[in-house]
Design a protein around this ligand. Structure first.
Ligand code: SME
Length: 222
């Protein structure tokens, strides 16, 4: 990794991003020695703050997603009445299109495991091959499913128990989908950009999931 002074006002965001991606990749291969972590942490903090300040995607385009429009699109898709799986599949396509800097977006569906516990099974998604089954309580998805809450993870390497499916993923948000007081699915969205998900993204994705909850409540979806 190149030496760089994080305090310099002329740091190169592209290089920092590349270092961060290299770091994420190396971590997944357990090749990073512990003594590199303090410097990396500083770079991560800088990256998060800067990305949040500029609110731009890695391509330079504004990273503003029109979540109201996205929610309306999901509502329109639901009117096709093609069933739950079709709706979730098309929703993942919309999310991948509408949000810059993602590498994975999809749903995990809750079900009873053979031992009587609850687990998540991968459902419609876009991205690389994913873990098929996640017990409630395990990883970011399982934690969100067990608590029923949204979890925003700026840096997956700092989240104990994170399940790495795609080494490109460094930030993640998981939103739980409820029906009759139970978590029936989670929406999992991953990004290769540290600190990718802001409070606006959290609010927006929760709004989108609440549309799906409305649809599920009103319909008998097969
Ligand atoms: N990272 C998730 C696993 C699912 S993949 O990211 C698609 C987790 O820790 O639960």
């Amino acid at each position: 990794m190149r030496t760089r002074h994080a305090s310099s006002p002329s740091y190169d965001m592209n290089h920092i991003s590349k270092d961060l991606l290299d770091f994420g990749y190396a971590t997944s291969l357990e090749k990073v020695s512990q003594n590199k972590l303090p410097r990396i942490s500083k770079i991560l903090a800088l990256q998060c703050a800067t990305m949040e300040a500029f609110r731009t995607s890695s391509t330079g385009a504004p990273r503003m997603t029109d979540y109201a429009l996205l929610a309306e699109q999901v509502r329109s898709l639901a009117e096709e009445d093609a069933g739950w799986i079709a709706l979730l599949a098309n929703t993942t396509a919309l999310v991948m299109d509408a949000l810059p800097d993602l590498n994975w977006a999809g749903f995990y569906l809750a079900r009873d495991a053979t031992d009587g516990s609850s687990e998540l099974v991968v459902g419609p998604f876009q991205g690389r091959l994913a873990c098929a089954r996640i017990p409630f309580g395990r990883g970011v998805c399982g934690r969100a499913a067990a608590t029923g809450e949204t979890i925003v993870v700026p840096d997956v390497h700092a989240f104990p128990g994170h399940i790495a499916c795609d080494s490109m993923s460094v930030a993640e948000i998981v939103v739980s989908l409820h029906l009759d007081g139970h978590v029936v699915a989670v929406l999992d969205v991953d990004s290769p950009v540290l600190g990718r998900f802001s409070s606006a993204d959290r609010d927006g994705l929760e709004r989108l999931v609440s549309v799906l909850e409305d649809v599920a409540q009103r319909s008998v979806l097969g």
